[in-house]
Design a protein around this ligand. Structure first.
Ligand code: CAA
Length: 259
């Protein structure tokens, strides 16, 4: 059975791909094979000119309950260095198209970290987030201490990582970890509506926004604003910028070509 499923389920929108984590018996525990398959699939979708937005999801019980503990329990540091355990995680940052995490159920440890690697998170009201690695004698390893701290601030990130406690979707919304909370039963429909909204925008400008927002975590304010300005100028070399502004002035819907 494949650890990853990929579908194009939205007949009225061929530009949206749905990727599902598929190890339901172990709450989508993120084995190294799963992570490799996930990254391979995301690279394939990133290279596919038809695809404009990717939705990443799990199932009703779990987005993912973390790295695969059974696979890690007896590992040595040298095994992990030799297996290049985090290579797939580093490669996630190379995807240029928007990825929306649609989270129902548990997003814990590596599962929370994977959701945070996505561009934003839409949570069903059943979602639970946390970094429980401390309960099994270790620490977050795929960016949790860094991304959670940037998302919700030091005090709350410290408390979650040190206690291993989970927070509910509503709390995650109040703390700024997720963009939106919706009823769990309508999560996929609501996420699709947001994906459709983005897929209908100029694709190159969307990629440049992703790049610019992500730079906010890496650069000083003045360097980041300079980076943003150059991306703004760059959009003026696209046909989509001309089309978007002309369509506005002509009071019609734009038709973007992605160039
Ligand atoms: N790895 C491997 N297997 C896991 C798993 C994980 N992270 N999480 C759950 N499973 C397995 C369980 O072992 C169980 O398998 P069996 O049916 O064969 O016994 C199955 O999934 C169902 O889990 P539970 O019976 O435990 O379900 P529950 O509803 O009672 O509890 C839970 C759910 C609270 C999420 C609990 O499963 C849990 O605490 N899971 C571990 C969470 C965790 O510690 N995650 C961090 C992992 S380390 C990490 O992620 C490091 C990193 O940053 C890279």
């Amino acid at each position: 059975m494949s650890n990853i499923l990929c579908e194009f389920p939205y007949n009225d929108h061929k530009h949206i791909a749905l990727v599902k984590l598929n190890r339901p018996k172990v709450l989508n525990a993120l084995s190294t094979d799963l992570m490799r398959e996930l990254v391979d699939k995301l690279f394939e979708l990133d290279d596919n000119p038809e695809v404009r937005v990717i939705i990443l999801t799990g199932n009703d019980r779990a987005f993912a309950a973390g790295a695969d503990i059974a696979q890690m329990v007896e590992a040595t540091p040298i095994d992990q260095i030799n297996n290049n355990r985090f290579r797939s995680w580093q490669q996630l940052a190379q995807i240029t198209k928007p990825i929306i995490a649609a989270v129902n159920g548990y997003a814990l440890g590596g599962g929370c970290e994977l959701a945070m690697h996505c561009d934003f998170i839409i949570a069903g009201d059943s979602a639970k987030f946390g970094q429980p690695e401390i309960k099994i004698g270790t620490t977050p390893g795929a960016g949790g201490t860094q991304r959670l701290t940037r998302a919700i601030g030091k005090s709350k990130a410290m408390m979650l990582a040190m206690t291993g406690e989970m927070i509910e979707a509503k709390q995650a919304l109040d703390w700024g970890l997720v963009a939106k909370v919706v009823p769990s039963t309508t999560l996929m429909q609501e996420t699709y509506e947001t994906a459709k909204n983005i897929a209908n925008k100029a694709p190159v400008a969307i990629k440049l926004i992703k790049e610019s927002v992500n730079k906010a975590f890496e650069m000083s304010l003045s360097d980041g604003v300079d980076f943003e300005r150059r991306n703004f100028y760059l959009t003026f070399s696209s046909s989509d910028q001309k089309e978007g502004m002309r369509a506005f002035l002509e009071k019609r819907d734009p038709e973007y070509k992605g160039n």
